[in-house]
Design a protein around this ligand. Structure first.
Ligand code: PLP
Length: 294
């Protein structure tokens, strides 16, 4: 299935000296390179859901997300490429002008159904013909199969002391913790404001509930998909210095947080960090033209 779709041989581990000091070494796992649309962690989180849908002879996948969701776009593109249908339940009333993400989902033949925020929260769906023939995936791919997929993200654990990643639902982080051949500590940077239930949501997905992990709650820049000029400035500077593009919703907050923590001597001297570039660059299309230099 994946042979047809993604190109894992494009994966690389790149230096990112912009974040380093004498004391702390930083490299980045470029999951953003496996596919232009089904980028980064989204493919890994989706793969076992899609496999299950196909094995159960479902018509397709039904899933949930916001108008700028990377998960919605990735689901649409992956299902379309693999010959199954997809239905996206979108938070909020149908907009006059669709976001670039929704337009792209439509291009990949996703059927979009808009729900009021209230109905979305309560999972109050309108009648959908044949709904039992669709495999339902939670928002953001949260769940055991998502974590199992993320556990297959390949990286050389022996070369590093710690993994740092952006955290939305925490599914990728749970997978990284479950999949590790050598138990590396994982430091997650929550991109939501005060989302303190995330620790429990991650723990629910862990094979060994005693596995240690830490979430940073100080680098959300105001909340999900919120940002400040400082973050944009940082993204441009990071790109200039290292050639690594980041997205303002997830990976920029991770890289920014790591830089600050390195400067604050948060990491032990001699630490070797592996940052996960989890993709999501398509989300930058909602920024005004000229905001980013890439
Ligand atoms: C969805 C996403 C995440 C968050 O993954 P979770 O498994 O929900 O924590 C991180 N980075 C990018 C680029 C994403 O698109």
């Amino acid at each position: 299935m994946e042979k047809k779709l993604i190109n894992e041989s494009n994966l690389s581990i790149d230096p990112v000296s912009y974040l380093e000091t004498e004391m702390v070494k930083v490299k980045v796992l470029r999951l953003d390179k496996i596919h232009p649309v089904i980028s980064g962690n989204k493919w890994y989180k989706l793969k076992f859901y899609i496999e299950a849908a196909i094995a159960q002879n479902k018509k397709g996948i039904l899933t949930f997300g916001g108008a700028y969701s990377n998960h919605i776009v990735a689901t649409a593109a992956a299902c379309n490429a693999l010959g199954i249908e997809s239905i996206g339940i979108i938070r909020g009333e149908a907009p006059k002008h669709y976001s670039p993400s929704l337009l792209e989902a439509l291009q990949h033949n996703m059927k979009l159904i808009f729900l009021s925020r209230e109905d979305f929260k309560n999972k109050q769906l309108p009648p959908i013909p044949d709904i039992e023939n669709y495999f339902t995936v939670a928002e953001g791919g949260y769940g055991i199969l998502g974590a199992n997929g993320a556990a297959t993200i390949p990286y050389p654990a022996d070369d590093f002391d710690m993994i740092c990643c952006a955290t939305g639902t925490g599914t990728m982080m749970a997978g990284l913790l479950n999949g590790s051949t050598k138990p590396l500590p994982v430091l997650g940077f929550s991109v939501l404001k005060n989302n303190f239930s995330i620790e429990n949501e991650i723990r629910t997905l862990l094979k060994n509930p005693d596995t240690a992990f830490t979430i940073q709650h100080d680098f959300h820049f105001g909340g999900y998909a919120k940002y400040k000029p400082e973050l944009i400035h940082f993204m441009n500077e990071l790109y200039e210095q290292s050639g690594i593009p980041t997205d303002f919703v997830y990976t920029a907050k991770l890289f920014y947080g790591v830089k600050k923590l390195v400067e604050q001597h948060y990491f032990k001297a001699g630490s070797k960090l592996l940052l996960i570039h989890s993709g999501g660059l398509q989300g930058n299309r909602s920024l005004g033209k000229g905001t980013l230099i890439y």
